[in-house]
Design a protein around this ligand. Structure first.
Ligand SMILES: Cc1cc2nc3c(=O)[nH]c(=O)nc-3n(C[C@H](O)[C@H](O)[C@H](O)COP(=O)(O)OP(=O)(O)OC[C@H]3O[C@@H](n4cnc5c(N)ncnc54)[C@H](O)[C@@H]3O)c2cc1C
Length: 524
């Protein structure tokens, strides 16, 4: 077998997974049934956590340069300006990317595709998965070419990144539980001018619905998202022109449209796969969960699924860890999807409800709450952590273990380790901790204690040790996030805390590696 992992689907999720596997030495084949990358921009919110992951891939600077920071939002209620929300830098001290970046999915896919090609792997387009059979130690996949011919490939592992209509999910007989919403959405990429506030997200709330206007890169370039008026539903010959009267009525009579690059309508579902892992197959991204685009989480959640699975699969493929480690992918990501579905469903139902009361809440209560919510730094932090996905944690995961003695308010096992600026040498420069972390290995961070003289032999080259010396600037930074001295944090490659405690106990780390991570050779 020349391929360790067959990745089915070259959307953002599949491209991220392929990149993460290849840079960890895994032999990957990535296929897609389409002839080339999608041209529609679809998702356009890139969250801070995604940019943190991009920075390890070397594409964060390009993404930031290509996109547009959403520095703020203006909320309009029944046509009147009701609130201005500061969004720029609301995540300062939480992430090196303390904002929401507006960058279309097509640009994200291009960056991820270029990064993959630079690592020597190209997507095999025009190749569709049409059959799949699982065995104890391999999967046999049947692939179809455009001329109708089929071929079989045998691989140890297969990742279904094949979107909402996932063949991998269906061929494994995994239910996609949930339902469609009755409303139909439209999205349009347009050149337009009008009374909307420039360069910020404009949220138009009406008793009967809403419109969102996202500023895009380029002059007068906007993305409009809204709900199709009921009288237009069910028509398949719709064009953007059909939507303009309702748009003018609700978002301003003076709107003037110079062009429309893309217009699409779609019915939103909220659904989750019953399992994300079935023996040698995995489901990630839209194949595993779909929900309303409220909050701009869809694409970002798929990218994080891939980041969660990649390091585990790479350890198993290389023989460094037992297959039991892979169960934690579902243990960790399924609750994230559940939570997201519940949250987006609640918000979406309120935003689209036709009821008189919901209309009142939308136009009177929501603008006020939104305005107040971002007034204080504490609330800004809560909102940022939720939207940016930096607050996602796996505290009840089997991979999370906290030893006694750490404060409740500091980082806990399962949390994404906080972003800190630290001096790694006394009298040295202050450096970005995230830039020091090697995300292809485990990182052991030691505060107020020296590195163990023999390292942690059982983890060997899988581990990097960072010793943080005592220093007033370091102490202030640690106090800010409630990290005591002495303490140690063993970070997984994806930056989440695996094991944490006060005094480093090499035997505890070794035991953690062999029992929880199933790293081979540990605990011998
Ligand atoms: C019109 C529209 C607007 C959206 N707007 C937003 C938004 O504003 N914000 C947001 O967060 N999300 C939005 N989304 C959702 C977002 O686009 C998805 O969450 C995202 O594309 C998921 O990425 P993915 O890689 O998991 O799946 P996809 O992007 O669907 O990629 C799946 C890939 O698998 C391939 N494939 C499928 N079946 C097979 C097979 N059998 N064999 C081989 N290849 C196969 C497909 O060709 C495709 O390239 C929108 C979606 C749509 C349709």
């Amino acid at each position: 077998m020349e391929t360790d992992v067959l990745v089915v689907g070259a959307g953002p999720t599949g491209l991220m997974l392929a990149n993460q596997l290849v840079r960890r030495g895994v032999r990957v084949r990535i296929i897609d049934r389409h002839a080339g990358p999608a041209r529609e921009s679809r998702a356009l919110g890139v969250q801070a956590r995604t940019l943190e992951i991009y920075s390890h891939l070397g594409i964060a600077d390009q993404a930031v340069a290509l996109g547009k920071r959403a520095d703020g939002a203006v909320v309009w209620a029944q046509g009147r300006r009701a609130a201005r929300l500061p969004l720029g830098n609301i995540g300062r001290d939480i992430s090196p990317y303390p904002y929401l970046l507006v960058l279309g999915q097509d640009d994200n896919e291009r960056l991820l595709g270029d990064a993959l090609r630079a690592r020597g792997l190209a997507v095999q387009w025009n190749t569709e998965l049409v059959g799949l059979a699982q065995d104890t130690d391999h999967v046999t996949a049947t692939l179809r070419s455009p001329d109708g011919t089929t071929s079989k490939v045998t691989v140890p592992w297969l990742a279904g990144c094949d979107g909402a209509r996932s063949s991998v999910r269906e061929l494994n007989g995994i239910a996609f539980e949930g339902a469609p919403y009755q409303h139909v959405f439209f999205v349009a990429d347009v050149q337009m001018t009008g009374s909307m506030a420039p360069d910020v997200l404009n949220v138009f709330l009406w008793r009967s619905g809403f419109h969102l206007l996202f500023p895009m890169r380029g002059t007068d370039h906007w993305r409009i998202v809204g709900i199709l008026p009921p009288h237009l539903r069910g028509r398949d010959d719709l064009t953007f022109e059909d939507t303009i009267p309702a748009l003018r009525q609700e978002a301003g009579a003076g709107l003037s449209f110079q062009g429309c690059n893309w217009y699409s309508t779609y019915r939103i579902h909220h659904r989750r796969a019953a399992r994300f892992h079935d023996r040698r197959c995995f489901l990630l991204g839209d194949a595993a969960h779909i929900h309303s685009p409220v909050g701009g989480q869809g694409m970002n959640t798929g990218l994080q699924d891939a980041y969660n699975l990649a390091w585990k699969l790479a350890l198993v493929v290389s023989g460094r860890a037992g297959t039991g480690l892979l169960q934690s992918y579902q243990d960790e990501r399924l609750p994230v999807a559940n939570h997201l579905l519940k949250r987006t469903d609640r918000l979406f139902s309120l935003i689209v409800s036709d009821s008189w009361l919901a209309g009142l809440v939308r136009t009177r209560v929501m603008p006020r709450i939104m305005g107040l919510a971002l007034r204080t730094a504490a609330m800004q932090r809560v909102v940022f952590r939720t939207i940016s996905q930096t607050g996602i944690r796996y505290r009840s995961s089997p991979l999370s273990e906290a030893l006694a003695g750490l404060p409740e308010d500091g980082p806990r096992a399962g949390d994404r380790f906080p972003w800190l600026r630290l001096k790694f040498r006394s009298n040295g420069p202050t450096e970005d901790l995230f830039a020091q972390l090697d995300d292809t290995r485990f990182n052991l961070i030691l505060f107020g204690q020296p590195s163990p003289s023999d390292g942690i032999p059982d983890l060997g080259d899988l581990l990097r040790i960072h010793e943080v010396p005592s220093d007033p600037a370091n102490d202030r930074e640690l106090a800010r996030v409630e990290i005591p001295r002495p303490s140690f944090y063993l970070l997984r490659p994806d930056g989440h805390v695996g094991l944490a405690g006060t005094h480093l106990d090499a035997a505890a780390v070794t035991r953690y590696a062999s029992e929880r991570l199933q790293v081979r050779g540990a605990g011998a």
